[in-house]
Design a protein around this ligand. Structure first.
Ligand SMILES: [Zn+2]
Length: 72
């Protein structure tokens, strides 16, 4: 899910907002909707992609050994 960072053009408050739909974003401080979108990131800061915890695995199957899919 994308997280957007906004800056309120009215009071200057900066905040991050997780957008789950077409919801209206308002400043948490003053309640205005005059917002400047600064940037967006996907997910949170901890870990950017899934990596198998054991074994090397492959991108085709989720198993740690690729006996089933045949890709070494
Ligand atoms: Zn504001």
């Amino acid at each position: 899910m994308p997280i957007f960072e906004y800056k309120c053009m009215d009071c200057g408050e900066k905040f991050e907002k997780l957008i789950t739909g077409n919801e209206k974003v308002e400043c948490p401080k003053c309640g205005k909707a005059k917002l400047q979108k600064l940037w967006s990131v996907f997910g949170v800061k901890s870990g950017d992609k899934f990596t198998p915890s054991s074994g090397s695995g492959c991108s085709t199957c989720s198993a740690s050994s690729c006996d089933s899919c045949g890709i070494a």
